[in-house]
Design a protein around this ligand. Structure first.
Ligand SMILES: N[C@@H](CCC(=O)N[C@@H](CS)C(=O)NCC(=O)O)C(=O)O
Length: 199
């Protein structure tokens, strides 16, 4: 697989970097922040965001989509439940859950704390966003009890996608007292190929 990845440090592109490392796939890195919103990047991602990738000549954006495709085509490494299996349905379920029921609230807090210009920020939603994220994280903690990993109880790309959001939540104090989730995340952060910030 020929991959060029437009990436930015420990931002969401770290999911893709981690998946490529677990898959044993070398890639070309375009890691220049100045490329954000550039014509070059906007040809690959309609919002000019990172990550975006060119895989075998074709553009793909959204970190979860890139990771899922790479996992599906990883040579000799089984990183994802088989297409059409119940495990794949659970992969789709947890990816949608973490992105829409947790990450969207964290992102809303980010844009209203430091991403948008000060005049465009709305403070009123910050506490509510945290409460909504926490409610979903409590539900995930319950679902993780008795399991080491989310799908087929073995490490997969689902865990990579979920761990990135959990690590962000951890740094916001949103995993406090969620012992099962903390142990799950620690297991993933311990993996030699994991590029996520551990502080
Ligand atoms: N849902 C997207 C989010 C991509 C995203 O927001 N990336 C950030 C860096 S982590 C970015 O490019 N920010 C610049 C911007 O928001 O315009 C994904 O998971 O790939």
């Amino acid at each position: 697989m020929d991959v060029t990845l437009y990436e930015l440090g420990t931002a969401r592109s770290a999911r893709c970097r981690w998946t490529l490392a677990e898959a044993g796939i070398d890639y070309t890195s375009k890691a220049d922040r100045a490329l954000l919103h550039s014509d070059e990047l906007t040809r690959l991602h309609p919002l000019g965001k990172m990550p975006a990738a060119i895989i075998d000549g074709k553009p793909l954006f959204e970190s979860a989509a890139i990771c899922t495709y790479v996992a599906e085509h990883a040579p000799g490494v089984d990183l994802i439940a088989a297409a059409g299996s119940w495990g794949r349905a659970e992969h789709d379920q947890w990816v949608a859950f973490i992105l829409t029921e947790v990450e969207a609230w964290l992102w809303n807090n980010a844009i209203n704390s430091f991403v948008l210009p000060e005049a465009e920020r709305i403070d009123a939603c910050l506490e509510q966003n945290k409460a909504m994220a926490r409610r979903s994280l409590v539900a995930l903690d319950r679902a993780l009890r008795g399991k080491d990993y989310l799908v087929e109880n073995r490490f997969s790309v689902t865990d990579i996608i979920v761990a990135w959001t959990l690590n962000w939540a951890r740094r916001q104090g949103l995993l406090d007292n969620l012992d099962t989730t903390q142990a799950y995340l620690a297991r993933l952060l311990d993996r030699p190929h994991c590029p996520l910030a551990k502080d």
